[in-house]
Design a protein around this ligand. Structure first.
Ligand code: BGC
Ligand code: BGC
Length: 656
């Protein structure tokens, strides 16, 4: 397996000469005592060896660029807001599609449509009147497979991969995802998320591998290796370590909120994954929406405006020499900034600006900032050098990502075996009393719960659409629901599906399979804001009632929960003989059926990557007193553990 190991190489080389060779370095800022303390909390990293040929080429290209061309390179509009010809006219360096941004606004766009659009942008970028034409790079949220594309296999969301805990699996998922992305002509995936989540109220908890920084580091690095490969191959894409830094530690788990950690915690807990991702050679880092209030004291503002962290830590202390990209319209949240104007973020060290819609005025206002001295030219040159460096390193000047061996190959979208393996490895068995599982094939099953036959429920957010909603099974032509898997394994005649449980009758069935699930959500829309209880029954009382109808009637009940978080569920676990946390398995949830049957000796091997709460009012940070099951917990058939009745906690209307 070939890997990029700039950190390793650098040990052999002098860091000092590295800095001297980089094109037009910006003048190092003078740090206040406070800033210096923030920076010193991070372990220094050695610099990677710069490639003198690349650095010389950067200097040559940069020397021939006008200011407008430089700012164009620093701009990343959404495909929904820019035409290929505008890319040419404005020297745009990068474009993106956000969650649910498809070519022609068509949810069912085919690989050929994606490639057609990507080629149009590529061609336009190379038709500009720049002295040296600079190719464009397209970024996409391929965060659990190429999840915006109709017909693409998606893999379990990261919370499930955390439970699988298998770096080799994650690396292979990265390889497969990169091939999917390259088949559509795209060259950059906005992954992995390195959040070390402290509070499951956060709607992005499932984007995190877990609450253990060491696990996040291992799996994050594995995904970078998988996505980027050797960087220049036909099946390689850029990765993005996101969101720098502290996204998983916001107060009460509020999305885009305030991280109140001290500098040591920020560096060692929330920052842990960045060392690993940088060592793995990640070429881009995305800044986070959150703010930082050191030790809960005065808020120092949004990360996008924090020069000590973006420049002082990431670029100087950690020697990151790739590009820093802002998050979607995030600059408007920096004090004194607007959606299309933020000299503070440029001066903080952001290089490429995700300004999905207001890109034109962003360019005009930024050009004026430089002309009028609000942003130094050296900072612009540093930003553009980094953008060029990444493009040169990935071989974009030699061959666009729309002209690779995989371009247009729709067969790359399918990776079913790999996804099935991941689904089986990521499910965690929380209870299995009376050896309710495995359930031998041939048993008569009653399947209840609408989620049993719902691709949207098993996929979660960032699935075809941003929120993963406004979709139905017809939007998923490839894959298998759990119901489909059960019919395959047990035979259609032995499986009765009754979403509302009305077909239940004692004596008719050997077991009930109850499939519970959250409605899909992404980002802030998935927050369960304090004081609302974080309890599945409180959020989905109809599902608790459904379980009540089939439980305790002499027929064993096996419950599976699709969720983007660990959440209070003791009441549901008590009403079930066996209980499986399946998280968000993606398009191949049917593979769970093989596991339930214990086919070919299959057994559960998933282990919780977050503690499971014993309270509906968790305080954050997973204190021992609030754990029903600790991180690392997970049963197996071989183990034969009896759980018995667990102590239930009240589900209050509002947490105190
Ligand atoms: C998210 C990022 C994502 C970006 C582009 C933002 O809202 O925070 O994770 O990469 O949108 O879709
Ligand atoms: C986009 C997402 C983005 C979000 C940010 C949505 O419209 O599709 O990609 O993350 O806005 O709020």
């Amino acid at each position: 397996m070939m890997r990029n190991r700039p950190a390793l190489l650098s040990i052999l080389l002098l860091a000092g000469s590295a800095a001297a060779m980089a094109a037009s370095p910006a003048k190092p800022p003078r740090w206040s005592a406070d800033e210096a303390k923030t920076i010193a909390a991070w372990q220094p990293r050695a610099a990677a060896r710069p490639d003198p040929r690349v650095e010389a080429r950067i200097r040559r290209i940069l020397a021939g660029m006008t200011l407008e061309q430089k700012i164009g390179q620093m701009t990343q509009p959404s495909i929904l807001s820019i035409t290929p010809d505008e890319v040419r006219q404005h020297y745009i360096g990068s474009i993106l599609n956000g969650g649910g941004g498809w070519p022609g606004g068509n949810k069912h766009a085919a690989v050929a449509d994606w490639v057609g659009l990507a080629k149009a942008y590529d061609t336009a970028a190379l038709a500009s009147d720049m002295k040296v034409k600079v190719p464009l790079v397209w970024g996409v949220d391929a965060v659990h497979g190429h999840n915006n594309v109709f017909g693409a296999t998606t893999f379990p969301q990261n919370i499930g991969l955390g439970a699988a805990g298998d770096p080799d699996l994650v690396e292979r998922i990265g390889r497969a995802t990169a091939r999917q992305v390259r088949s559509t002509g795209i060259g950059w995936a906005f992954a992995p998320t390195l959040a070390v989540v402290q509070n499951q109220r956060w709607g992005r908890s499932y984007e995190s591998y877990g609450s253990d920084p060491a696990l996040v580091s291992r799996l994050g690095a594995a995904l970078v290796h998988g996505l980027q490969g050797k960087l220049t191959g036909d099946g390689d894409v850029l990765a993005s370590a996101k969101h720098f830094v502290g996204d998983g530690g916001t107060w009460r788990g509020i999305d885009q909120g305030e991280n109140r950690a001290g500098e040591a915690t920020l560096a060692s807990l929330h920052g842990a994954g960045y060392y690993a991702a940088l060592d793995a050679g990640v070429q881009t880092v995305m800044v986070s929406y959150n703010s930082w209030a050191r030790d809960g004291a005065a808020n120092m503002g949004k990360l996008h405006g924090n020069r000590a962290l973006v420049t002082g830590v990431l670029k100087q202390r950690l020697k990151f020499d790739g590009l820093v990209v802002s998050d979607w319209n995030a600059i408007e949240q920096v004090a004194g900034c607007e959606r299309d104007h933020c000299p503070a973020a440029i001066n903080a060290g952001v290089d490429l600006f995700m300004v999905p819609d207001n890109w034109k005025t962003f360019i005009a206002k930024t050009v004026a900032d430089v002309r009028e001295g609000r942003v130094p030219m050296a900072r612009i040159d540093d930003a553009v050098s980094r953008i060029l460096r990444v493009k040169l390193r990935m071989g974009l000047f030699d061959r666009p990502t729309t002209a690779g061996a995989l371009t247009g190959d729709a067969s790359q979208l399918a990776a079913r075996d790999l996804a099935q393996e991941a689904v089986r490895k990521s499910a965690v068995l929380l209870k299995n009393d009376g050896a309710a599982l495995p359930l031998a094939p041939g048993k008569r099953l009653l399947v209840v719960g609408a989620a049993a036959d719902s691709f949207p429920a098993q996929s979660g957010g960032w699935s075809l659409t941003w929120q993963g909603e406004e979709t139905d099974n017809a939007d998923y032509p490839l894959g298998e629901t759990l119901l489909g898997g059960l019919r395959r394994v047990y035979g259609a005649d032995n499986v009765t599906f009754s979403a509302d449980g009305s077909a239940f009758a004692p004596g008719k069935f050997d077991a009930v399979i109850a499939v519970l699930g959250e409605r899909p959500y992404a980002e802030m829309k998935g927050d369960v804001r304090w004081p609302a209880p974080l309890a599945h029954s409180a959020l989905y009382p109809d599902q608790a009632a459904l379980l009540g109808r089939v439980a305790g009637q002499g027929v064993p009940v096996v419950s599976l929960l699709y969720s983007g978080r660990t959440t209070y569920a003791t009441d549901l676990i008590n009403r079930s003989d066996a209980f499986v946390a399946a998280f968000l398995p993606g398009t191949e949830a049917g593979a769970l059926a093989d596991l339930l049957a214990g086919r070919q000796g299959l057994d559960f091997r998933g282990r919780l990557s977050f503690a499971w709460p014993n309270t509906a009012c968790p305080s954050g940070g997973e204190p021992a007193s609030e754990r029903l099951f600790s991180r690392g917990f997970g049963l197996s058939y071989a183990g034969r553990v009896a759980t018995g009745r667990l102590a239930e906690a009240p589900i209050l209307a509002a947490c105190p």
